[in-house]
Structures are given as structure tokens and as C-alpha cells.
Design a protein around this ligand. Structure first.
Ligand code: PFF
Length: 459
């Protein structure tokens, strides 16, 4: 396996997987999803989904990866169930779709770093114009994809580990300081109560589906990213403990990002339902309140760190199709990386122009029963994050429990786990066999009917 590369250390794997999990999903997407999903009620569902359903799925993915030492398609083949490798193929398609729009937003974030460096705090009010300046955001997107491909082409242990080690704690420290500042602002408490005091009348199937999709997206689950990462994990590692750490770190960072954002949004007199522009519209005005060079330093540091967090995620997103192409099609890694990156960049172009620039992609599709059309970028997110990832999670647990068989999963989980009778192991066994298949299966059917066909089975 030496030629595939391996993590040098356990902490290397944890940091790389956490680097994959923590990214725009936590800091850009999570706050606007909470804003659109009715505030605290979305948070409650998101937390429940992450800990109750997603954590066992994560352990399963890592276990399959470590057992087979393969990419998501090869993993099913290696276990002797090549009929199931469609799950891996679907995951690879998901990775491609997600990276196509994720890279566009990463480009926006990087561009904001440059705007902050030049003290352009007015950019928040001009966000609509900024993202439609296609020459500029196109260039940033291209730069971002180039950086991602360059890191991936250098191989997994070299590229990802080093990047993840220093940047994560710095980003967390910065968000915590901003939370402290946010709480001192006028109207902050309205933001906090929107975020933390649930209004149960806001629950509907649409919100449940988005919270589930967000949980999978944020934890990089359901598409085999962690099968791929698990394939580089050593046999001595305790994968249950690693998965617990990754889940806690990822959820913790999303949580504090919300704690920072909502006081900011309310103190600026903005609406929490700001959609994908929420952080980009809100934050520059906040950084301006620090005054002159202080605002420039804090604003540019924030967007630079956000860009790095996005980079560790884009790297892991690109790693999935590249590992597949390298292992299964036997194409050399250094060629595969650049071809795959170029193709994904091109698939992202419609997303780049879907925010007003192209009428066709802005009003791309109208779901049955929907009042307004959905733009291309949101559509790709709906299909990949909110539909295919939970479906992937469902299929992965079904496979592990009933095809590969849970004795084999348990055996793999127990390697490196000191206490074989632990309650955590028992819970994972129960969740993978019963809870996840039932809940994920039902939610998949209900949310697909509701989202795309306007059919709600519950009135
Ligand atoms: N989890 C990443 C984020 O929250 O930003 C996005 C992501 C990365 C999803 C890698 C899926 C993946 F395989």
C-alpha cells in the first residue's frame, strides 16, 4: 500500500478528516441554513442528526475504508460485493457536484480576503454586484481549484496534514474572540434568542430535510470521503474515538460560528433569512466597526483563515474522484489530478453565473408545487447535499449491517478499541442495524416527495 500513501500518525488522520469536515459548511452554509430554517429549531435538529445518526455512519465509513484500503468504489469490490459499488460511484458523483459549487464559494471567500486587505468594507452592501463580476470571481475560482489540485497532486500525507495542523486552532480562536465581541453589540440578545430559543411551530418537512442534509454535508459523510480517508488509517487506531473527536470538533465549530453570526446579523439590522450571501453581506460591516487598520487586519485574517478552511475541504473533495481514477482506471496520480480538477471547474461555471448573470441558470428549474424557480447552484446543492448524501448514508449502513454483515463491521471497529463491551460500541451496532436504516430511509422518501414533487404526507 506504500504507493497509495498513508497517514504518518493518528493525529494526522484526525486533523485531516477534521480539516475535511470543517470548512465553508460550518461558517458559510450552517448560519444561513439556520437563518432560513427558523433559527434554534434548525439547530436542535441538526445537533440531533449529527450525534444520533451521522456519528455511526462516520464510524462505518472509516471502518470500510480501513478494512479495504481502497477508494469508495474499490472498497465494495474488495469486500466481494461489486454490485454495491454503485454506492461508491454515486458518492464520487456527489463529490464532483459538491466541489463544483463549493469551489465557487471558496473563490468568493478568497476574493473577500483581498477586498478586506484593501479596506473595502462597502463590499458587503455590494455583494450582488461582486458575485456577478464574472471575470474576477472566475479568476478566484480558477486560482482556488489550482491550489487544491496542486496540494492533491503532492499526495495525501504531505499536503493535507501540514495544512490542517496549524490553521484549525487559529480559526477557532478567532471565532471565539469574535463571539465575545458580538455579545457586546446592540441587539445581540435578539440574535442569541433567535439562535438558541426554539420555536416549535417552525418545524416542517423542508426544514427537517435541510437539517439532515446539512449534518451530512458538514461532516463530509455519505459520499465515501471518509472511506477514502479511512483507507489511509493505520490498524492501530481507535476509529470510534477518532470519529467522536471529528464529530465534536465539526459540530462545535458550526455552533460557535452561529453564536458569532446571529448577534452580528441582528446588530446590523439585517434579516437572518439572507441566504447564501448572509456572511458576505454581514461581516464586512462588522469588521468596519473595529476602525481603520484594526478592521483591515481582523477582516483579512478572517477571510484568509476561512479560505484555508475551505481549502482543506476542497482538497478532500478532490481526493475522492482522484483516488478512484488512480486506483480503478490506473491513471497516474499527477495526471489524474489536473484532468479531474479541470472538469470539475468547468462543471462549476453554471453555478458561478447562476446568481443573476445568466437568466437561464438563475431561474434554472421550478420544482413541482414550488412558488419560485431554483437557481442552478441551489439545485446542485439540493440534489447532492440534501438528497444524495443522506441516501448514500442510508445505503452505506444497509450495506454494512446486512450485506457485509455487522460482525465484520464490529470486528473492524473493535481493532484499536480497548473496551469491547463499551456502550458506545453497542449503540453504534444498534444504530447501524436499525435506527439509521429506518430513520434515514423514511426521511429520504418523505423529503424527496416534499421537495421535488410538492407532496407532503403529513398535511
Ligand atoms: N464538510 C465540508 C464543509 O462543511 O465545508 C464540505 C465537504 C467536504 C463535504 C468534503 C463533503 C466532503 F467529502
Amino acid at each position: 500500500m506504500a504507493s497509495r500513501g498513508a497517514f504518518n500518525s493518528r493525529i494526522g488522520f484526525i486533523l485531516a478528516a477534521a480539516g475535511s469536515a470543517v470548512g465553508l459548511g460550518n461558517i458559510w452554509k450552517f448560519p444561513f441554513e439556520v437563518g432560513e430554517g427558523g433559527g434554534a429549531i434548525f439547530l436542535v435538529m441538526y445537533l440531533a442528526f449529527c450525534f444520533i445518526l451521522c456519528f455511526p455512519v462516520m464510524v462505518t465509513e472509516i471502518a470500510i475504508g480501513r478494512k479495504t484500503q481502497k477508494n469508495p468504489v474499490g472498497a465494495f469490490n474488495a469486500l466481494g460485493f461489486s454490485k454495491w459499488n454503485f454506492v461508491g460511484k454515486m458518492g464520487i458523483l456527489c463529490g464532483v457536484l459538491i466541489l463544483s459549487f463549493y469551489n465557487v464559494v471558496a473563490g468568493w471567500a478568497f476574493g473577500y480576503f483581498l477586498e478586506m486587505v484593501s479596506g473595502n468594507f462597502g463590499i458587503g452592501a455590494n455583494f450582488g454586484g461582486y458575485i456577478n463580476d464574472i471575470g474576477r470571481v472566475g479568476l478566484y475560482g480558477a486560482l482556488f481549484m489550482f491550489a487544491t489540485a496542486w496540494i492533491v497532486s503532492k499526495g495525501i500525507s504531505g499536503g493535507i496534514e501540514r495544512a490542517a495542523k496549524f490553521l484549525m486552532p487559529t480559526l477557532v480562536g478567532m471565532i471565539l474572540l469574535l463571539v465575545a465581541y458580538a455579545l457586546t453589540l446592540p441587539n445581540a440578545m435578539n440574535g442569541i434568542s433567535f439562535y438558541l430559543v426554539p420555536d416549535f411551530s417552525e418545524v416542517n418537512l423542508g426544514v427537517v430535510g435541510s437539517a439532515l442534509g446539512q449534518a451530512f454535508f458538514s461532516l463530509s459523510l455519505g459520499m465515501g470521503a471518509l472511506i477514502t480517508y479511512g483507507s489511509y488509517v493505520s490498524k492501530q487506531d481507535n476509529i470510534v474515538q477518532s470519529a467522536a473527536f471529528i464529530t465534536l470538533a465539526d459540530v462545535g465549530i458550526a455552533f460557535i460560528a452561529g453564536l458569532m453570526m446571529f448577534p452580528f446579523v441582528f446588530s446590523q439590522g439585517l434579516e437572518p433569512q439572507g441566504g447564501p450571501g448572509l456572511i458576505f453581506v454581514t461581516l464586512p460591516g462588522i469588521f468596519e466597526t473595529f476602525g481603520g487598520s484594526m478592521g483591515i487586519i481582523i477582516g483579512s485574517a478572517f477571510f484568509l483563515l476561512l479560505s484555508f478552511a475551505a481549502l482543506t475541504s476542497t482538497v478532500s473533495l478532490l481526493e475522492v474522484p482522484v483516488a478512484y481514477v488512480v486506483d480503478e482506471l490506473k491513471i497516474e496520480r499527477k495526471h489524474a489530478v489536473w484532468v479531474v480538477a479541470l472538469v470539475i471547474f468547468l462543471i462549476g461555471v453554471p453555478s458561478m453565473i447562476a446568481n443573476g448573470d445568466s437568466q437561464f441558470f438563475t431561474s434554472f428549474i421550478t420544482y413541482i408545487g414550488a412558488a419560485a424557480p431554483t437557481d442552478f447552484m441551489t439545485f446542485v446543492g439540493d440534489v447532492a447535499n440534501d438528497t444524495l448524501l443522506p441516501l448514500g448514508g442510508f445505503l452505506i449502513v444497509m450495506f454494512a449491517a446486512y450485506v457485509w454483515k455487522k460482525e465484520n463491521l464490529n470486528e473492524e471497529m473493535e481493532i484499536g478499541f480497548p473496551n469491547k463491551n463499551s456502550l458506545v460500541l453497542k449503540y453504534i451496532d444498534f444504530a447501524v442495524s436499525y435506527l439509521c436504516p429506518v430513520v434515514l430511509g423514511c426521511l429520504f422518501i418523505l423529503t424527496v416527495l416534499n421537495k421535488y414533487f410538492g407532496i407532503s404526507l403529513f398535511g
